[in-house]
Design a protein around this ligand. Structure first.
Ligand SMILES: [Zn+2]
Length: 177
């Protein structure tokens, strides 16, 4: 893509058919907070979503919006429950169509962008693609939990329980029915 200005704000509303017709490129960024559904499943963040897209009509006359969206999001590590930053990258290959029927008939390589005539919400379709690429569970790359689990106090406690299996039985016997 020739020198697309990546630092500018990506427009929220575009007419994707016009962009494809005219072979326009789109590049820019916007705050991830603009994406409400994504914001609900990540930790609060002031990160930006970076987007680069090419719009064109392909050999089969499909109005295409193709490129990538990228964002570093903070989520909860499922091992230590502390925040961890994970990169989310979506490869975007959309065909602009009018309705579900047209969407069903698309070649497999496309995802459908069911778009009304005129202006459509580009952020929503990018959010969809990012959500699809968000990992179900995330962990720190380092062994964040091992260091904690074997901290002195907890290790001793675990050992005591292991050495006194009958203590647990005693407690069960004494507990009122
Ligand atoms: Zn962790």
């Amino acid at each position: 893509m020739p020198n697309a200005p990546l630092d500018q704000l990506l427009p929220r509303l575009i007419d994707p058919r016009k962009f494809a017709q005219q072979g326009l490129d789109l590049a820019g960024k916007f705050p991830v907070q603009e994406l409400k559904r994504l914001s609900e499943v990540i930790l609060e963040s002031d990160a930006d979503v970076s987007v680069e897209l090419e719009c064109y009509i392909d050999q089969e006359r499909v109005r295409t919006v193709s490129g990538s969206a990228q964002c570093n999001v903070d989520v909860t590590c499922q091992r230590c429950l502390e925040p961890v930053t994970v990169p989310v990258e979506a490869n975007i290959h959309l065909a602009v169509v009018w309705d579900e029927d047209a969407a069903k008939n698309l070649p497999k390589r496309f995802d459908p962008w069911i778009a009304e005539e005129g202006q459509n919400n580009l952020y929503e379709i990018i959010e969809e693609e990012l959500l699809l690429n968000l990992p179900m569970v995330s962990y720190h790359e380092h062994e964040c939990m091992e260091a904690k689990a074997f901290s002195a106090g907890e290790a001793v406690e675990a050992e005591e329980v292991a050495n006194n299996p009958f203590q647990v039985l005693e407690q069960l016997k004494d507990s009122p029915k």
